[in-house]
Write a protein that binds this ligand. Structure first.
Ligand SMILES: NC(=O)C1=CN([C@@H]2O[C@H](COP(=O)(O)OP(=O)(O)OC[C@H]3O[C@@H](n4cnc5c(N)ncnc54)[C@H](OP(=O)(O)O)[C@@H]3O)[C@@H](O)[C@H]2O)[C@H](O)CC1
Ligand SMILES: [K+]
Length: 495
């Protein structure tokens, strides 16, 4: 799914309106989509307190107020009575609303502390039209609303957030439990500094102009289920273990054998035909007894001191590797003698960061840093938006894929495209989850998935398995090994 900027969404609205539907009817459609969702998800609510701005986001709020009232809910509307100059469509909705006797229209300043658990606050103050910092009056209002302990819904975007950039200063931002957004994810929903205000995101389809959407150019995408269904290749009949590639997971050191073990198991669970673990001898017994399906190649006693080059294999290097001098030498010797794409993770990245010899990374390889590893490799950035920009530069310069791990992991391609993943949960923020991802990616690439597609599929699959593990064990209790055991269920649901 494409992610558009606020400017592009505005153009998309205009294209939709030029194509037949009037702007007021488009607003009605948007409001109806919200009300349909609210009716299903807030059946028990009694009273909606709806805060409306003067633009079209406010217009949506005014229409939602009328429609909810017609469905039998109690509704109170809050506006800035003194300074209101509504947009044309908001004005029409305001007039429609005033015809209804049962809805109180209050001033922002009338907001009281509401302590009724059956009340819900709806934020329709600003949407994608926000183009400057909020005035103190709005800041005060939002701070007040954020204190009220009732469920909160934002229409399109939590007020105070921009659609596609980070706020310049410490701003007051409406803290939603749910964001009902129209047609597209906005970039700000997907970054940690801004996304934390959105709560659960529901994308509501309002039939915006599909020709415009198909043709509009963007570097930013969300990885959704329909994209994955196009990428997924069911296993062919009449095949053998040689048909599904050879994965070699390299890593492990004394005390960190578990990391490479989890990568190995993940590669197997993702369908790798032949799977090897290249690890120090101290891991032999552990690996052979825990993962009998994998073959063991001993390289060193307590840490990896050599990397064997094998034909027609895909290498995933780094989990639990450590940074011993000999390991560093083994990695550099290997990179100098082997130029095929590979997956580099964890200590393999830390070793490269220390040497700053990044040109040794073979073209089309995949690196999987978390934000701190990214910083060690490429330097500090001010925020996660800048980090993505730097990743675009580096992915192009080095001609590699960067899988930037975060709450919403992003895949950045050498063509500077950015794909955000929306599967996964905080239960995956535990040591070991990254090792699982390395195994999954190595396995998919060894099965001849195109590298970009393998990255998109891999991060999605990893998150989806994490969601299944969280559903069974809770985010707190789920382990990376539980996630590995759920990979199969994700494949079952795909086929
Ligand atoms: N396709 C869709 O997604 C649809 C979206 N709809 C809804 O429309 C809004 C966008 O509406 P818009 O009127 O463009 O913008 P806002 O309502 O967000 O803002 C209104 C105006 O407020 C001014 N502004 C901007 N920042 C501030 C600020 N900090 N303080 C005060 N005022 C501010 C700005 O106007 P200026 O002329 O002053 O620059 C804004 O234009 C979208 O989010 C959806 O909710 C449609 O209803 C259906 C289709
Ligand atoms: K809003």
């Amino acid at each position: 799914m494409k992610i558009l900027t606020a400017d592009q969404i505005k153009k998309c609205d205009s294209a939709t309106i030029e194509n037949g539907i009037s702007s007021i009817n488009l607003m009605e459609k948007a409001a109806n989509a919200c009300v349909d969702w609210i009716q299903v998800n807030f059946k028990q609510a009694k009273r909606f307190l709806i805060f409306c701005g003067q633009g079209n986001n406010g217009g949506d709020g005014l229409a939602i107020a009328r429609l909810l009232y017609e469905k039998g809910f109690d509704v109170e509307v809050f506006i800035e009575k003194n300074q209101m100059k509504f947009s044309a469509d908001a004005e029409i909705n305001f007039k429609r609303l005033k015809l209804i006797k049962g809805i109180d229209i209050n001033n922002f300043s009338d907001v009281l502390i509401v302590n009724n658990e059956k009340s819900v606050i709806v934020d329709a103050l600003f949407g994608y039209g926000l183009n400057r910092e909020l005035s103190n009056d709005f800041k005060n209002l939002i701070e007040k609303l954020n204190q009220i302990p009732v469920p909160k819904i934002s229409i399109d975007i939590p007020t105070g957030l921009y659609a596609d950039k980070i706020n310049e200063e410490e701003s007051a931002i409406f803290k939603a439990d749910f964001t009902l957004t129209f047609q597209f994810y906005k970039r700000s929903f997907l970054h940690p500094e801004t996304g934390k205000f959105c709560g659960k995101i529901e994308v509501l389809d309002i039939d915006l102009n599909s020709k415009f959407i198909d043709e509009v150019k963007t570097d930013y995408f969300v990885i959704d289920g329909s994209l994955i269904r196009k990428i997924y290749k069911p296993r062919e009949d009449f095949s053998n273990k040689g048909s599904f590639g050879k994965s070699i997971l390299i890593g492990g050191s004394y005390g960190k054998i578990g990391a490479v073990l989890m990568s190995t198991l993940s590669a197997l669970r993702t369908g790798s035909g032949l799977t090897f673990t290249m690890a120090p001898e101290c891991g032999n017994l552990i690996l052979q007894s825990q993962v009998p399906e994998a073959m063991f190649i001993g390289v060193g006693e307590k840490y990896v001191d050599d990397i064997e080059v094998q034909e027609k294999a895909v290498y995933g290097i780094g989990p639990g590797l450590g940074k011993e001098k000999q390991t560093q030498k083994a990695l550099f010797d290997f990179l100098k003698s082997y130029q095929n794409p590979m997956i580099l993770d964890a200590d393999a990245l830390n070793i490269l960061a220390e040497s700053q010899n990044l040109n040794l990374i073979p073209k089309n390889s995949v690196i999987t840093p978390h934000p701190l590893e990214f910083e060690r490799l490429f330097g500090k950035t001010q925020n996660s938006f800048d980090r993505i920009e730097l990743a675009k530069e580096k992915a192009e310069e080095l001609q590699i894929f960067i899988v930037l791990k975060d709450h919403h992991t992003a895949v950045i391609t050498p063509e500077r495209k950015v794909y955000y993943n929306i599967t996964g949960n905080s239960g995956m923020a535990k040591g070991g989850s990254g090792d699982v991802l390395t195994g999954i990616l190595t396995s998919l690439i060894s099965q001849k998935y195109d590298i970009e597609k393998a990255c998109l599929f891999g991060v999605w699959l990893h998150g989806k398995a994490g969601d299944l593990a969280a559903a069974e064990f809770s985010e707190e209790s789920m382990l990376p090994t539980d996630l590995i055991n759920k990979i199969g269920e994700v494949f079952q649901n795909l086929s």
